[in-house]
Write a protein that binds this ligand. Structure first.
Ligand code: ATP
Length: 363
């Protein structure tokens, strides 16, 4: 078990900045996920922590010790990659034993640790089998098993589930989360899949263009996104965005000359520090809009573009003041293309972003 600290890390490849001054503190036993789109620098950050990449500047500390210039073998870490890197000529048992043999562990300890890992990963019956006869999910378990037998201070995992089909990914997601909690080993997990990050992480570090955008719990990044990038990246369907301004007398959200919405009493304090006369973006989650067929106070007219039935819920796609809005409804809610519906945005749960800086202005 260990803490991991990343301090002012910078890594360039020629003129391309892969990591732009990132600092992160990862607590002992924490499940930290690095999340972001392709090319945002998450793998490079992980590789610097592993010692596979040397940063241009900054420091990596494991348990308070500066390991920035130490080789991977001196860092007491274990990595699981997207490519399982399992030896095809060895049985599952031999694959699991390999990292322990490499450091001359006594035979009885090897047998005990291999059996323990196999039991935790439910692969006891596969110990005598060769990797060629394993399914993708079983191979992934073996790769994880090979990391856990060593009992390292830190696990580093780079997109370990991306070769699996959707159903197996969901299963393994839960298994890895449970395993991490049972073993209580500090873990850093890289993914571009926001659902994977939200469902597994204690904390998520969201990266974009080499820069850390926000570091918080899943509920922090979902309920209090720091900027427009985080707001749009987390959540499916994504947060709805509508350009607006706040009127000088602070009573209305102004979308255009002809379209405005009264600020609800419950949102007055939330919007109190947002400057008037600035270009803003109103951000609303699809579950924070309610729909009615008849008009009522605080409900605004909108037109149905299309309805997407998803079984457990429907997504109603609306057009309102020139913006497309997605609304999450019960599966029993039905509407037709072109129908006029009345919708109410729960402003007390909505966000306002500065359209120039992209930063959130509501807490
Ligand atoms: P992905 O999910 O596609 O792996 P990522 O977020 O992990 O993306 P990185 O692999 O860390 O991103 O890459 C960050 C940036 O650094 C990218 O622009 C990438 O092209 C560049 N990069 C990474 N490794 C190298 C390398 N060895 N040589 C040159 N450029 C590199």
């Amino acid at each position: 078990m260990a803490t991991v600290q990343v301090k002012n890390l910078i890594k360039k490849f020629d003129q391309n900045i892969a990591i732009n001054n990132t600092s992160l503190d990862i607590e002992d036993g924490m499940f930290m996920v690095f999340l972001g789109p392709s090319g945002c620098g998450k793998t490079t950050t992980l590789r610097c922590i592993a010692g596979l990449e040397l940063p241009d500047s900054g420091q990596i500390l494991i348990d308070g010790e500066d390991v920035t210039n130490l080789p991977p073998s001196a860092r007491d870490i274990a990595m699981v990659f997207q490519q399982y890197a399992i030896y095809p000529h060895m049985t599952v048992g031999e694959n699991l034993a390999f990292p322990l043999k490499a450091v001359r562990t006594p035979k009885e300890v090897i047998v005990q640790r291999v059996n323990e890992a196999a039991k935790k990963l439910h692969i006891e019956k596969l110990l005598g089998r060769k990797p060629g006869k394993l399914s993708g999910g079983e191979m992934q378990r073996v790769a994880i098993g090979r990391a856990i037998v060593r009992r390292p201070k830190v696990f580093l995992m780079d997109e370990p589930l991306s070769n699996l089909d959707a159903k197996l990914r969901t299963e393994m997601r839960a298994e890895i989360k449970r395993l991490q909690k049972d073993l209580n080993v500090t873990t850093i997990y890289v993914t571009h899949d926001q659902l994977e990050a939200m469902s597994m992480a204690d904390r998520i570090a969201i990266m974009y263009g080499g820069s850390l955008q926000q570091n918080g719990t899943p509920s922090d990044v979902y309920d209090r996104p720091a900027n427009l990038f985080v707001a749009g990246f987390i959540g499916s369907p994504a947060m709805n965005f509508i350009p607006c301004r706040i009127s000088d007398d602070r009573t209305t959200l102004v979308f255009s000359e002809s379209s405005r919405m009264t600020i609800q009493p419950a949102a007055k304090t939330r919007f109190a520090n947002v400057p008037t006369g600035r270009d803003l973006i109103l951000g609303v989650r699809p579950e924070d809009i309610s729909l009615r067929k008849d008009h009522q106070a605080e409900y605004e007219e909108s037109e149905v573009y299309v309805v997407e039935p998803l079984g457990a819920e429907n997504i109603v796609d609306l057009r309102y003041v020139g913006s497309a809005l997605k609304v999450r409804t019960l599966p029993t809610f039905s509407a037709n293309i072109g129908e006029i519906l009345y919708m109410r945005i729960d402003q007390s749960r909505s966000h306002l972003f500065d359209s120039e800086s992209t930063l959130a202005l509501t807490g």
